[in-house]
Design a protein around this ligand. Structure first.
Ligand code: ADP
Ligand code: ZN
Ligand code: ZN
Length: 663
C-alpha cells in the first residue's frame, strides 16, 4: 500500500506520512483530510512513497481524499518548492499561502462538474482607439515572443500601457489561452476590471484578492484552476493560482511595494511571476512608468527586453509642467504656499479639479503639551499616536490602539495641548476654510475604508462632484481623472533624508505617479511641489520628467555603495518582550552561523529595528549581504536549519526575510 506524504500547514520542514485505505484516486496534488493530534486537517499530497520511517502500526490513516477538484498540477508544486527554498520557508507553508483559505478547511465537499475552456465567441467589439506607433510597436514586439521572455514595458504616465495589455490579451485569448494580470492593490481594480470587461465582453474574467469573501475567492480560484476563466486579475496572492492554459503574465505597476508579502513566507509576487513564466515557457510583461531599480538594471543588462512608450497616448495630452515652490521664502498658510493657494483658486474659477497630495493620514502626527513636553505616545509601540480630529480619537497607525483625545495634558493637567504637524484631515480643514464654496474630498485609508466607499469616491470624482481632492498615495496611481489639471505636493521633503536608503527611489516613483494624474486629457496639467530643498537632485529629475537619468544616478550610487541590485540581502529579525533578549538571540545565531565558510558574505551588527517596539514586542534585526545570490542562498539554507534547532526563550519569535525592501 503506498504511503501518502502530506504537506500540512505547519512551521515544520518535514512532510507527514499517512496510510490511505482506498488508494484508487491517490495521486500527487490531491488534498487529503488527515488526523492530526486531536483534530483533523486538510493537507496536500506531495509525494507517494513505498516506505515510511514511521512503524506501520503507528502510521495513521487518512480520513478521505477531497476529490472535488482535479489534483494540483506539477507546475504548482514546482513554484511552491522554489518559493519555499528561495524565501527560506517550508513547502507546507508555501503551499498554505498559495491556496485560498476555503480549500484548506474541513467541510463537506462540494462537487462541481469541470468544464473545458471554450474559446470566446466573438461578441460585438467595443470601440477601440487606434494604437499610436509606439504602442503598436510594443504590441508587435511582445506578441512575437515565443517561450520565456521577460519584457519591461517602461511607459510614462498616460502613455497607454493598459491599452497595450488589452491588445496582448486579445492575441493570447484568441489562441484559447489564459492570461494572469497582477495589479498592486484592490483599490485599483474596479477601474481595471471594468476596462478589461468592456474590452472583452464575452470572456469570463475573475478577480482574486484578499478583500473577497472566502467563498467568492474560492469560486474565482476554481474558475481559474479549471480553465474556465480566460482572464485572472489579482493582487500578489494570485501569482500562485494554477491555470492550465496560462499563456501570458502581466505585472502592472511592477515597482509597487504591495507585491511584497510582509508576513509568513515573505515573497515578492513580481519575482515569483518571473520564475513562473520561465517554468511555463511564456512571455511576461512588467509594466511601469517608474520601474524598480532592480528591473531597470535587468533591462540595462539585457536580461529583460526593454520596450518604451515615451509619448502620452491621447495626442493632445502633454506631460504636466512640474515646478518647485520654495517654502523658505514665503509665509505658509496652514502649511500651504500662497502660490499654491492661488493656483487652486484659478482652477476653481475654471471649474477644473485639483489634487493635494500628502502621504500622511490623520489630522496631525502627534498631540503635544507645550507646558511639560508630554507627547501622545503609543503604550505598545515605539511610535506616536496620531490625532484624528474627525472622530476625536488618538490612534496608533501601527497597532490600531486608540483612545479619546484628552481634554487636558495627562501629565500636568494643562488644558492647552496642541496637535503638531499636518495630515490629510488638517489640509482638508484648511482648504475648506480657505475656499468655503469648494467641494473638498479627502481620500485616504480612513475615508475609503471599504471597497464600496472607494467606489463611491471614484464615482463622485468622475461625475465632477469634487473640486479639490486631498489624498495619500491611494490617489497616486493608476487613475485617470480627465478634469484634473493641478497637483500640489506637500510634506514630501521628509523622505529625502530618511534612514531607509530606498526612500528616495520610492519618493521619486510616488511623485512621478501623482504628477502623472495631472493633465491627462486635453487640459494641460501643472504640478507644484512645496519644498525647503528645491535644488535637490531628486526634484531636478522630477521637474525634467527624467526617470532614466535619475535611475542611472541612483544605480551608480548603489553600485558604488555595494547595495542591491549589486548585492543580495537578507534580514534575520527577532521579536521578544525585551530588546536584550531579541539582540541576544541574534548574536547567538551569528555565533553559530559558520559565516567564515562564505568568503563574500557580510553579517552586520544586530540592531534594534526602526520601529523598535510593536504591540509590546521589542524588535531587532541583522542584515546579511553577499555579492552572490547563490552564496547567500547556500548560507541561508544551512543557517536556517541551525536556527530552527537553536534553543530560544518561549516568547521569542524570529524570521528570515530574503530581498527585504524595508531596512
Ligand atoms: P497608462 O496605463 O500608461 O497610464 P492608459 O492605458 O490608462 O495609460 O491610457 C491613458 C489614456 O489614454 C486612457 O484614457 C486611454 O483610453 C487613452 N488611450 C490609450 N491609448 C490610446 C490611443 N492609442 N489613442 C487614443 N487614446 C488612447
Ligand atoms: Zn503637560
Ligand atoms: Zn501602537
Amino acid at each position: 500500500m503506498p504511503i501518502a506524504r502530506v504537506a500540512l500547514d505547519l512551521p515544520l520542514s518535514r512532510l507527514f506520512d499517512y496510510r490511505v485505505a482506498d488508494d484508487s484516486a491517490l495521486t500527487v496534488g490531491v488534498r487529503l483530510l488527515v488526523p492530526f493530534g486531536k483534530r483533523e486537517k486538510i493537507g496536500v499530497l506531495v509525494e507517494l512513497a513505498t516506505a515510511s520511517k514511521i512503524a506501520p502500526e503507528q502510521l495513521k490513516e487518512a480520513v478521505r481524499i477531497e476529490d472535488d477538484l482535479p489534483p494540483l498540477p506539477p507546475e504548482f508544486f514546482r513554484l511552491c518548492e522554489f518559493a519555499a527554498q528561495y524565501y527560506q520557508t517550508t513547502l507546507g507553508e508555501a503551499i498554505h499561502q498559495a491556496l485560498p483559505p476555503a480549500l484548506k478547511k474541513t467541510r463537506p465537499a462540494i462537487r462541481r462538474a469541470t468544464k473545458k475552456r471554450e474559446v470566446a465567441t466573438p461578441l460585438p467589439q467595443p470601440v477601440k482607439p487606434e494604437l499610436n506607433a509606439e504602442q503598436a510597436n510594443a504590441v508587435a514586439l511582445i506578441a512575437a515572443a515565443r517561450g520565456f521572455q521577460p519584457f519591461l514595458l517602461y511607459g510614462v504616465t498616460g502613455s497607454g500601457k493598459t491599452e497595450v495589455y488589452l491588445r496582448l490579451l486579445e492575441n493570447v485569448l484568441a489562441e484559447g489561452l489564459q492570461v494572469l494580470l497582477l495589479a498592486p492593490e484592490i483599490n485599483l481594480t474596479p477601474q481595471l476590471e471594468t476596462r478589461i470587461q468592456t474590452h472583452f465582453p464575452g470572456v469570463p474574467l475573475v478577480m482574486l484578492h484578499s478583500g473577497l469573501t472566502e467563498a467568492a475567492r474560492e469560486k474565482a480560484w476554481r474558475a481559474a484552476f479549471l480553465g474556465e476563466a480566460g482572464i485572472v486579475v489579482g493582487t500578489r496572492l494570485a501569482v500562485f493560482t494554477p491555470m492550465p492554459y496560462l499563456g501570458l503574465i502581466i505585472v502592472d505597476e511592477e515597482h509597487d511595494l504591495s507585491y511584497k508579502q510582509q508576513e509568513g513566507m515573505r515573497y515578492s509576487a513580481r519575482d515569483l511571476a518571473i520564475y513562473r513564466a520561465s517554468l511555463g515557457k511564456m512571455p511576461i510583461v512588467l509594466g511601469s512608468a517608474t520601474p524598480s531599480l532592480e528591473s531597470w538594471a535587468h533591462a540595462q543588462h539585457g536580461r529583460y527586453r526593454l520596450v518604451t512608450l515615451l509619448e502620452r497616448a491621447v495626442s493632445s495630452a502633454r506631460l504636466p509642467v512640474v515646478r518647485m515652490l520654495d517654502t523658505r521664502k514665503v509665509r505658509l498658510e496652514e502649511g500651504l504656499c500662497p502660490s499654491l493657494i492661488e493656483a487652486l483658486r484659478q482652477r476653481l474659477e475654471k471649474g477644473e479639479q485639483s489634487l493635494i497630495f500628502l502621504n500622511r493620514r490623520g489630522y496631525a502626527p502627534v498631540l503635544a503639551c507645550p507646558a511639560c513636553a508630554w507627547i501622545s505616545h503609543c503604550s505598545r509601540c515605539a511610535a506616536n499616536l496620531v490625532v484624528h480630529l474627525e472622530d476625536k480619537r488618538l490612534r496608533c497607525h501601527h497597532c490600531a490602539l486608540e483612545t479619546k483625545i484628552p481634554l487636558a495634558c495627562p501629565a500636568c493637567g494643562n488644558r492647552d495641548i496642541q496637535p503638531f504637524g499636518r495630515g490629510t484631515q488638517r489640509i482638508e480643514a484648511a482648504l475648506a476654510g480657505q475656499f468655503p464654496g469648494a467641494r473638498v474630498l479627502r481620500v485616504d485609508r480612513d475615508s475609503a475604508r471599504s471597497r464600496k466607499q472607494w467606489e463611491t469616491i471614484l464615482t463622485r470624482i468622475h461625475a465632477g462632484e469634487v473640486d479639490i481632492l486631498v489624498g495619500t498615495q491611494m490617489l497616486a496611481k493608476g487613475h485617470d481623472f480627465p478634469r484634473l489639471t493641478l497637483v500640489g505636493v506637500v510634506g514630501a521633503d521628509a523622505a529625502l533624508f530618511a534612514a531607509d536608503w530606498r526612500a528616495p527611489e520610492r519618493l521619486f516613483a510616488q511623485l512621478m505617479q501623482v504628477a502623472g494624474r495631472a493633465g491627462r486629457a486635453d487640459l494641460p496639467g501643472e504640478v507644484l511641489i512645496q519644498s525647503e530643498y528645491p535644488e535637490h537632485p531628486l526634484y531636478n529629475a522630477l521637474t525634467a520628467h527624467d526617470y532614466t537619468g535619475y535611475a542611472k544616478a541612483l544605480l551608480e550610487e548603489r553600485r558604488q555603495a555595494g547595495f542591491p541590485p549589486y548585492a543580495y540581502q537578507a534580514m534575520l529579525r527577532a521579536e521578544a518582550p525585551r530588546m536584550a533578549m531579541a539582540l541576544a538571540f541574534i548574536r547567538d545565531a551569528v555565533a553559530c552561523a559558520n559565516a567564515g565558510d562564505y568568503p563574500g558574505l557580510s553579517l552586520f551588527d544586530a540592531v534594534p529595528m526602526r520601529l523598535s517596539r510593536l504591540m509590546n514586542m521589542e524588535r531587532a534585526q541583522l542584515l546579511i549581504e553577499s555579492p552572490s545570490r547563490a552564496e547567500l542562498q547556500a548560507f541561508l539554507a544551512k543557517w536556517r536549519e541551525i536556527l530552527e534547532t537553536m534553543p530560544r526563550p518561549r516568547q521569542l519569535r524570529w524570521h528570515l526575510e530574503v530581498d527585504p525592501l524595508e531596512v
